[in-house]
Ligand binder design. Structure first.
Ligand SMILES: NC(=O)c1ccc[n+]([C@@H]2O[C@H](COP(=O)([O-])OP(=O)(O)OC[C@H]3O[C@@H](n4cnc5c(N)ncnc54)[C@H](O)[C@@H]3O)[C@@H](O)[C@H]2O)c1
Length: 226
């Protein structure tokens, strides 16, 4: 496509235009990737805890991160049904899975999408539409770099099992797979693309600091040496 369409995900009419322009251009719609989320550091800084957060910050978060995804589905699915099927991929987040020290609205919005993915997969499965989600870990996108910096980068890396943090290409490859016919039998799934960040015991980094890469249970190295 030589042109692109700009649409604010919080504006449902704009999302409708985005879908209809795409269909006009290509004649059909096979894939929807719901990916936009508010990553503006000023907004994220105001997304704190249930006591301090302003209702407006909560509402704006949900307008983009949740209602925007609904709008994508609302306007794209009829075209997919017309085409005999399609694939929907939604970017979620590891924040949907575990509690954290802030970003209460962001986490709740991503939690909502986790269930939304499964509902869409269930409602439209028999009509040939698959719907899957991706939970990225820390990805060094523009938004990822703007919001996670300083000591937080090292903390995230220490808690990631791979030797490096994620890049946009890691997510793009997962989206391409889930959107393709290679994933024809995969629907309602949430794929962690996070370098193993959320698959290990929470005390892993403490254990490594104490014992290196060996397990701290049983005879510790110190006790064995006595
Ligand atoms: N980067 C990470 O570490 C990370 C981790 C977990 C989840 N995610 C998720 O990945 C997705 C993409 O984030 P990213 O890291 O690429 O952020 P980013 O800020 O680098 O890019 C976000 C993109 O979304 C667009 N966008 C933002 N608000 C929009 C709106 N209201 N309407 C339309 N487009 C809008 C921006 O123009 C930008 O192109 C988000 O859903 C985010 O929650 C990212």
């Amino acid at each position: 496509m030589t042109e692109h369409v700009v649409a604010h995900a919080g504006d449902v009419a704009a999302v409708e235009r985005l879908v209809s322009t795409t269909v006009q251009h290509f004649g059909r719609l096979d894939v929807l990737h719901n990916n936009a989320a508010i990553m503006d550091p000023k907004h994220i800084a105001q997304d704190t805890n249930p006591v301090d957060i302003e209702f407006d910050v909560w509402d704006r978060t949900f307008a983009v991160n949740v209602r925007g995804y609904l709008a994508g589905c609302k306007y794209a699915i009829p075209h997919m049904l017309e085409a005999g099927g399609g694939a929907i991929v939604m970017t979620i987040s590891g924040s949907a899975k575990l509690g954290d020290l802030g970003a209460i609205a962001y986490a709740a919005s991503k939690g909502a999408i986790t269930t939304f993915v499964k509902s869409v997969a269930t409602i439209y499965g028999k009509q040939g539409i698959r719907c899957n989600g991706i939970n990225p870990g820390l990805i060094r996108t523009e938004g990822g770099r703007r919001n996670v910096h300083g000591a937080m980068v090292d903390i995230q890396l220490r808690n990631t099992l791979t030797p490096r943090l994620g890049e946009s290409e890691d997510i793009a490859a997962a989206v391409a797979y889930l959107a393709s016919d290679d994933a024809a039998f995969v629907t309602g799934a949430i794929l962690d693309v996070d370098g193993g960040m959320l698959c290990h015991m929470p005390y892993m980094t403490d254990v490594m600091a104490e014992y290196g890469t060996t397990m701290g249970f049983g005879e510790s190295r110190e006790e064995a040496a006595v």
